[in-house]
Design a protein around this ligand. Structure first.
Ligand SMILES: NC(=O)c1ccc[n+]([C@@H]2O[C@H](COP(=O)([O-])OP(=O)(O)OC[C@H]3O[C@@H](n4cnc5c(N)ncnc54)[C@H](O)[C@@H]3O)[C@@H](O)[C@H]2O)c1
Length: 367
């Protein structure tokens, strides 16, 4: 069957990887299958100019293989720019495992995944993400050295989520400084969507600042716990996207800023941990600027986690991790100002700086 005899709506299937909208000149995409354990995973290596492609493994019950592929392509690309803008010598990669992390995971299943990671000889280095844990990384460590985010007992930097949350907090404060003229969050109405590993620690920082915190999650039990612990209000409105807030912090999953939500948004700043918050980077980034909403680029302010795992490779200590993460404040302010000066969306301004660093390194390498 050739492409020209296919119907238009099937063309995507005729170019299943290289033809996807989310395909952005990725260097390598690896499909992993193991009959015995039922493992089905995809590893995406977007770019290795600055170093090995590092990024976590997400385990998610994707509704289709298309969704899984789209996710790994988008996430691995995001990692390239995240490391580049943070000044790390790492490329961008990510892995997705198709399945239910609560029911489908066994030690053998995870070990098998580790063997696939090992087969790439260090071009891809994994870590935890949604649906995988430090304990999973410890298991992977038994079959490959190409893993980070392992527990402190075996020489790792431990759970990256608190550092990610601290970086998001720094980025949020910088965005507040830009928008409100002060980075003091006391009394600011802040909605945190998703109070998981990162979201809860972010709430803890906001509580420390005296912010007026609203929380939302699909997990009712967590909502009640976090609400009690940090005097946060469980958001009770019918539509979180039209809530009148100073700051919206997306800390659940990506693409919450999309065609449906963008015109409802009634906030002044967006700063959160979720990867790929903009469903369409160009279009929605520009629309946010036009609406006067300050968007702190996700891949910039959620880099604390990668700074933390990078320490395992480079051997720097906790103090240096915190210093590098705190610096997200300065980089965010720089980018918000540069976006304004160059009449770009904040996302574009951040991408441009990251891409320049990659291009420079490529030139040096070519000699
Ligand atoms: N953990 C890290 O260090 C790190 C680093 C960088 C980026 N991120 C990104 O930050 C986000 C959160 O990461 P995490 O580690 O806290 O994940 P997590 O799984 O611990 O928490 C996610 C939370 O979001 C909730 N949730 C899911 N769908 C929701 C919805 N539709 N509405 C409201 N809540 C919903 C879940 O119930 C859960 O409590 C993810 O997008 C992740 O990719 C995490």
């Amino acid at each position: 069957m050739t492409v020209d005899v296919l119907k238009a709506n099937e063309l995507k299937k005729a170019a299943p990887v290289f033809g996807q909208l989310s395909f952005d000149n990725h260097e390598q995409v690896v499909f992993c299958n193991d009959k015995d354990t039922g493992l089905k995973a995809i590893i995406g290596i977007h770019n290795t100019v600055l170093g090995p492609a590092l990024g976590g493994t997400r385990m998610w019950n994707y509704s289709s293989e298309w969704d899984a592929l789209n996710d790994v392509l988008r996430l691995s690309r995001g990692m390239t720019f995240k490391s580049a803008i943070t000044g790390l010598n790492l490329g961008g990669g990510k892995a997705v495992i198709i399945g239910d992390s609560k029911n489908d995971k066994t030690p053998e299943f995870i070990r098998k995944f580790g063997e696939f990671v090992h087969s790439l000889s260090g071009r891809y280095i994994t870590a935890e993400d949604v649906g995988t844990t430090t304990a999973d990384m410890d298991l992977i460590r038994k079959v490959t050295p190409f893993v980070t985010g392992i527990s402190e007992e075996i020489g790792g930097a431990g759970n990256p989520s608190p550092i990610t949350a601290y970086g998001v907090f720094m980025g949020m404060k910088a965005a507040a400084k830009y928008k409100f003229g002060t980075d003091d969050l006391e009394g600011k109405k802040i909605l945190v969507q998703g109070i998981g590993h990162v979201g809860e620690v972010l709430v803890e920082h906001l509580y420390g600042e005296g912010a007026e915190i609203y929380i939302t999650d699909i997990n009712q039990e967590r909502l009640e716990q976090v609400s009690r612990k940090y005097e946060a209000t469980i958001f009770s409105g019918s539509d979180i996207y039209s809530a009148n807030m100073d700051i919206y912090a997306p800390c659940a999953l990506g693409a919450t800023i999309n065609d449906e939500t963008i015109n409802k948004l009634n906030v002044k700043v967006i700063a959160g941990a979720a990867n790929n918050q903009l469903a369409d980077e160009q279009k929605h980034g520009k629309q946010l600027s036009e609406k006067g909403i300050v968007y702190a680029p996700d891949f910039l302010i959620n880099a604390g986690g990668i700074i933390n795992v990078y320490a395992e490779l480079e051997g720097y200590d906790r103090k240096e991790i915190m210093r590098k993460t705190e610096n997200i404040y300065n980089t965010t302010l720089e980018i918000l100002n540069s976006a304004e000066a160059n009449k770009l969306s904040t996302h574009e301004a951040a991408l441009m700086i990251a891409q320049n660093r990659i291009d420079e390194r490529k030139k040096q390498k070519l000699g």
